[in-house]
Structures are given as C-alpha cells and as structure tokens.
Write a protein that binds this ligand. Structure first.
Ligand code: EPU
Length: 369
C-alpha cells in the first residue's frame, strides 16, 4: 500500500518483503522505500517523520533472516553504476554502486579483461552487501580486492569512506556487521584488482570441472564458467527454492580440539588456517573479537560435514529443512507462509545436535533482523 510521497521518493506502508529476501520468508516492513540516487536519501534524512524511526538497509536480501514484522523504514538500495576509475602499472581501480548485482559486476570485469574476481562468480546479492560479510568462495575472499567502502552516515547524510584496514575484515565478518555501525549505509565500493592475477584452482572441483567442459585452466572467464556450473549443480536456485546460501559459518577450532576430533572421526573434513589468536577457553574462536596480532594455526571444520554427520542432510522440520545435496544450505519449502520462527527452530536444533555430537559450536552466517 502506498502511503507517502516525498519529492522524489515513494514510501509504501505495510510492504510485503517475501519476494525481496531469497529465503522468501513471510515478512512485512512498516514502511518501505527504494533508493536510486543520493538526493532521495538526503530528502529522507531530513524528513521529520521518517528520520526518527529505525532504518534497515536491504540489498539483494540473500543473507538475511527477516522477522514477520519490521518496525520503521526499510530502504532498498538500487543505485547503479560501474566504472574503471583509474589504473597504474600494477592495479585497476574499479568503482561499483552498491545496488549493482554482484554477479553483474563479475561479468563486467571479465568482459573488459579486469581478471581476479572470477572465483566469486554467482554469489547471490548486491555489491553493497559484499563487504558486510566479506563474501568468499573457492579460496578467494572479497576483502583481498576491496580498496575502499564509501558509506553514508544515515544520521547526518554525510559520506564516510572506510579504507580496507578500517573495515576490520575477517572470515564472513566486517565492522559493518556490528550493531554500533548499522547506521552506515554502503553506497559504493572501490575494488583494487592486481594486473598480475593469481589463479586459484586448488579448491574443490574446479580443475575437474574445467577438464570436463574442455575449458582452459589459465583463462579466468573459463574458470568463472566452471564455478557457475559447480554452484548450479550443488546449490539450490533461490528463484525456485528459498535459501540463503551457506546457513552456518565453518567453525574454527584449535589444533588440540581438531586433533581430538580427528582421532574420533578419521573422516573429519577440515582445513588448516592461520588466525590472529586462539582463545584458550573456547573451542570455537572468532578472530573478530581479537586484537592480538599473534598468528596461530587453527583448523576450519566443514560445517556441511558436521551437519551431514548429525543426520540433518535432506531432513525437514515443518516447512524448512537442510538441502538434500548440500547439508550447509537451509531451504524453505513453504514459500511466503514460512516465518523466521521456523528457521530459528531448525537452526537451534542443528546447533544443539552438532554441539552434543562433536562439542563444536555452530554460528549462523546470515544476519537475523
Ligand atoms: N560436506 C559434506 N556433506 C555436505 C556438505 C559438505 O560432507 O552435505 C563436506 C564435503 O566433504 C565438502 C566439505 O564438507 O568437501 C566442504 O563443503 P563445501 O565445499 O560444499 O562447502 P564449504 O567449503 O564449507 C564454503 C562457503 C560457500 C562457498 C563454498 C565454495 C562457508 C560457510 N561457505 O563452503 O559459501 O560457496 O565454500 O567455496 O564458508 C555462502 O557463503 O553462502 C556460500 C555458499
């Protein structure tokens, strides 16, 4: 229902968000507005009725668990624009508006020969969401390509740029995920792409897929094609079945915990990683809480394997379940009648089962509003 018109904004009241979140959960925003340019945003930040309400920022809705009712104003960021802003001997600097679809940016870089982002092909969502959870896939994380994140302070309407180090990137984490920074809206992102592109082919089935498709190992558009194929085979298409990609982070444990688990479960799937430091009192550590620069070798466990071994692969609870081809992906079979309560119930059961069986604490990857 349309409620209000600001000079260039249309504000809707009691707006259905089920088609704007990839889990397709039942969710209504008290107020909703689409933002295409900075003037629209400035008008809103000065509007007395709206400026005092809570604001929530929506990108592609691919990493969110939305509640049935959202109080205040939901802003969908739809600004568009992709350009090469500068280059030197070593790097291309590319700027993308937050509202661009992530995979459109990848396709554009591949078309112009700015290679480097190919392993991040087909990750759902918008460019603005990419730095928030430091998206990653197939051995690559977006933090390695982000030069600067340009935000708007929603309290003042003033721009604030965050350099790469100010973003405090970690595994699926950044400063923007923290509550105290939720008043910053990501408006555009500048990427710095090295001209001597390092190819990452070692992860998963990339090499096998390239061979199967008779594609070249050293040509990034071919690597992108192989990754698109792998993702399409393994992950459910959110247009057909609601999901938010990986629903849990891969937990990181100390060497001691890892070795104990390996003795009990010789098939354990894990990767050695280097994190800033280990909290000795916890099996699950996260480097976001750590200020120490001490690097310690730890192990990332495959959450998909832990969930699979706990018997949840392909299993349903009410209208939701864990995908039959990939236990890490929570899927919604009920469409827009399913609510976040059902998602929460299933997530809690899985967290408890994995904790009881392996003593490891899983943490959801999507953000719960
Ligand atoms: N596994 C199972 N059973 C399952 C699923 C996985 O046993 O049902 C085992 C397999 O042995 C597999 C291993 O777990 O080799 C790891 O699984 P996979 O490679 O499928 O997933 P991942 O490495 O844990 C991460 C990202 C994905 C990303 C892939 C590919 C996280 C939480 N997830 O998954 O990201 O696409 O790597 O690089 O880090 C996303 O964030 O939404 C996402 C899909």
């Amino acid at each position: 229902m349309k409620s209000d018109s600001l000079s260039s904004n249309s504000i809707f009241f009691n707006f259905d968000l089920s088609s704007l979140n990839t889990l397709h959960l039942n969710s209504y925003a008290e107020y909703f507005v689409e933002i295409e340019n900075i003037e629209q945003l400035k008008v809103l930040t000065k509007n007395l009725k709206f400026r005092n309400m809570p604001w929530k920022i929506l990108g592609g809705g691919s990493n969110l668990v939305l509640p049935p009712k959202i109080n205040g104003l939901v802003l969908k960021i739809n600004n568009k624009g992709l350009k090469l802003v500068s280059e030197d001997n070593n790097f291309w600097y590319i700027n993308s508006s937050a509202g661009e679809i992530w995979n459109d940016l990848i396709q554009w870089t591949l078309m112009y020969g700015y290679f480097g982002l190919e392993n991040l092909s087909l990750i759902p969502g918008t460019v603005g969401a990419a730095p928030i959870q430091n998206i990653g896939a197939y051995g690559v994380e977006v933090k390695d390509f982000i030069w600067e994140v340009n935000c708007i302070d929603l309290k003042t309407g003033v721009e604030k740029k965050f350099t790469n180090s100010e973003c405090l990137f970690a595994y699926r984490d950044s400063i923007f995920k923290k509550m105290s920074h939720s008043h910053y809206l990501v408006w555009d992102v500048t990427f710095r792409i090295p001209k001597n592109n390092i190819l990452h082919l070692e992860y998963g089935d990339i090499r096998a897929e390239l061979k199967k498709l008779s594609l070249k190992e050293d040509f990034p558009p071919h690597i992108a094609q192989a990754i698109v194929n792998i993702r399409q085979k393994k992950l459910p298409d959110p247009r057909i079945i609601g999901n938010a990609g990986s629903f849990f982070k891969n937990p990181i444990v100390s060497k001691v915990v890892h070795n104990d688990l390996l003795k009990k479960y010789p098939n354990l799937v894990s990767y050695e990683v280097s994190v800033k430091s280990v909290k000795s009192d916890k099996s699950h550590i996260s480097d976001k809480e750590d200020n120490s620069e001490c690097k310690v070798n730890s192990y990332k466990l495959a959450a998909g394997w832990l969930i699979d071994q706990s018997g949840w692969k392909g299993k349903k609870l009410g209208l939701v379940g864990m995908f039959e081809k990939q236990a890490l992906v929570l899927v919604n079979y009920g469409g827009s009648i399913t609510t976040s309560n059902e998602v929460q119930k299933l997530a809690t059961e899985i967290i408890n089962d994995v904790k009881n069986k392996f003593g490891v604490q899983l943490e959801p990857e999507p953000i719960f509003w």
